[in-house]
Design a protein around this ligand. Structure first.
Ligand code: CP
Length: 330
């Protein structure tokens, strides 16, 4: 067990070793139990977390803000539009200055080609940990919550469990690639056979695909990619975990109108009861939310006993508290 994570950044999923992720999960379960019993756990009294948002959020803001308060600290919500970033405060200023005010800086910045670079530049200038609340490449806290949830439902030994990470149709906006990319990087370390399914225009970043293949080789698990117009149906055969969500065709275009035209060819990529019927009878349905109800997934599936979407959302709180407690303590 690796226990010294003080002052560490968490920007990419592989920034923490497998053993460090196991430590995070161990602490997360302890904190979840303490909260259930009403046991105090104010490990971060007087610590302050900056939460800098360039994009909207329900779960991430709520769970970080509640989490730091439950640990005895305070979360400062900062909407980027209300700062002087547009008037000259660069990443250097934000890292240097927020690093002197706060005990960690959490950032959400999902703009394609910009967000991840922004986080890394702030981290270079900051003397305190930088935590990735989602960029265009990674969503590491979502992925930790997902891993925790899968272990709660399927057992701690996930070897040979089949996890399907599938694209699904959505009409709302071109969603980032970060959730599927984080999943294919992290899950192979925990022994699951991963099947990634998407229409041809919805490829993930080549460098992330290569890293995911490398993880799969290292941990000797299966990693299959189904990239065709009806891949969702094939992928879910006998799956233990069906994780189906939308993302934009961002390697082809980040233009919303052009992207929507491409997306609209694939309205049949919906998670419904027929699709779930192809998976194992005890397969779980996962989605990080928000989902486009009855477009991306039917309400029948989302509200079914196989759906674990609210447990996933809850576990955001526990894994984030664990990472804050481990990285922000004295
Ligand atoms: N899953 C997730 O990150 O939700 P929010 O966008 O609401 O924070």
């Amino acid at each position: 067990m690796q226990t010294d994570l003080r002052n560490r950044d968490l920007i990419g999923d592989l920034d923490f070793s497998k053993e460090e992720v196991e430590t995070v999960l161990d602490v997360a379960w302890d904190l979840k139990r303490k909260r259930a019993l009403g046991e105090p756990h104010a490990y971060l009294r007087d610590k302050v977390l900056a939460m800098l948002f360039f994009f909207s959020s329900t779960r991430t803001r709520g769970s970080f803000e509640a989490g730091i308060a439950q640990l005895g600290g305070h979360g400062a919500f900062i909407d980027s539009k209300t700062t002087q970033i547009a008037h000259g405060d660069t990443e250097r200023e934000m890292g240097e200055i927020f690093g002197r005010y706060f005990d960690a800086v959490a950032i959400r910045h999902v703009t394609w080609g910009t967000g991840n670079r922004y986080l890394n530049l702030v981290a270079e200038a900051s003397r305190v940990p930088v935590l990735n609340m989602q960029c265009e490449i990674y969503h590491p806290f979502q992925c930790l919550a997902d891993l925790m949830t899968i272990m709660e439902k399927k057992g701690r030994d996930l070897r040979r469990k089949k996890m399907v990470v599938s694209w699904a149709y959505a009409s709302s906006y071109l969603k980032p690639l970060s959730v599927p990319q984080s999943l294919i990087l992290q899950m192979p370390r925990f022994g699951m056979d991963v099947v990634l399914a998407h229409p041809p225009e919805f490829k993930l970043m080549p460098e992330i695909m290569e890293q995911a293949r490398e993880q799969a080789r290292k941990y000797q698990i299966g990693f299959e990619v189904i990239s065709d117009k009806d891949g969702m149906q094939k992928a879910v055969e006998d799956a233990d975990v069906v994780y189906a969500k939308s993302w934009g065709p961002l390697l082809v275009t980040d233009d919303p109108e052009e992207g929507k035209k491409i997306q609209d060819q694939y309205k049949h990529w919906i998670t419904d009861s027929d699709l779930m019927g192809k998976a194992k009878s005890d397969a779980i349905y996962m989605h990080p939310l928000p989902a486009d109800r009855d477009i991306e997934v039917t309400s029948g599936v989302m509200d079914s006993p196989n759906s674990v979407v609210f447990d996933e959302a809850e576990n955001r709180l526990h894994v984030q508290k664990a990472v804050m407690a481990l990285t922000m303590r004295n």
